[in-house]
Design a protein around this ligand. Structure first.
Ligand code: B4P
Length: 190
């Protein structure tokens, strides 16, 4: 079993890198942003509430995202392990995740701290052009990341191995750096 968390600013490449990891390590890719967008698409109550926050680049309320994650993480495809892409994004989410994992008798093996300059992030996101990828919303998402999500790294600092990766170069080049570190952890069974 191999359980990983990705922490990084919007557009830094969490989703892009998660796709490589999912394939190589055969673990479930859990992207809370994708799950919320699916709820919006399906017109669920959760989707309706989430949309009002996501359109402004704000975080969706903790209780909603935590319940969604709790249910997802217990699905069969997580038996071999999981990679959390976009969760936890607040201290409250990190603390609740600890409780959820304790109940399931599971632990986090590695946290990937992925980073790039604001300039690179803004360029990538404007290029992608998703509904929430306009300059004003992107700038707010970066601000929200700095104030609410970055502190989550401190929560894991003394508990879990943190891999720090600069997300510059092609996606394949970035992934080569991540894979090297993950293989060390996996092979040492840390
Ligand atoms: P997310 O869906 O998580 O979106 P993101 O952070 O913007 O994207 P990511 O980092 O995955 O970027 P990607 O690899 O795609 O969140 C969206 C919203 O959902 C949040 O603002 C929030 O409202 C809500 N939400 C989600 N989770 C939540 C939670 N836990 N609590 C509360 N609210 C939550 O890369 C971006 C682009 O860069 C792509 O086009 C990609 O092709 C390109 N790219 C990537 N790597 C590259 C590279 N090396 N070189 C060139 N381009 C690259």
């Amino acid at each position: 079993m191999f359980n990983i968390i990705f922490i990084g600013a919007p557009g830094v490449g969490k989703g892009t890198q998660s796709a490589f990891i999912e394939k190589d390590y055969s673990i479930a890719h859990i992207a809370t942003g994708d799950m919320l967008r699916k709820n919006i698409e399906d017109g669920t109550n959760l989707g309706k509430t989430a949309k009002s926050y996501m359109d402004k680049g704000e975080l969706v309320p903790d209780s909603l995202v935590i319940d969604m994650l709790n249910e997802r993480i217990q699905k069969d495809d997580c038996k071999n392990g999981f990679m959390l892409d976009g969760f936890p994004r607040t201290m409250e989410q990190a603390k609740e995740l600890d409780k959820i994992l304790a109940k399931l008798n599971r632990k986090i093996d590695a946290v990937i701290d992925i980073y790039a300059s604001d300039e690179i992030i803004i360029k990538r996101l404007l290029n992608r052009g998703r509904a929430d990828d306009n300059e004003e919303t992107i700038k707010n998402r970066i601000k929200v990341f700095e104030s609410q999500s970055k502190p989550v790294l401190d929560f894991y600092k003394d508990k879990v191995k943190i891999i720090k990766i600069e997300s510059v170069g092609t996606p394949e080049e970035v992934y080569a750096k991540i894979k090297k570190e993950l293989d060390i952890i996996k092979n040492n069974g840390l």
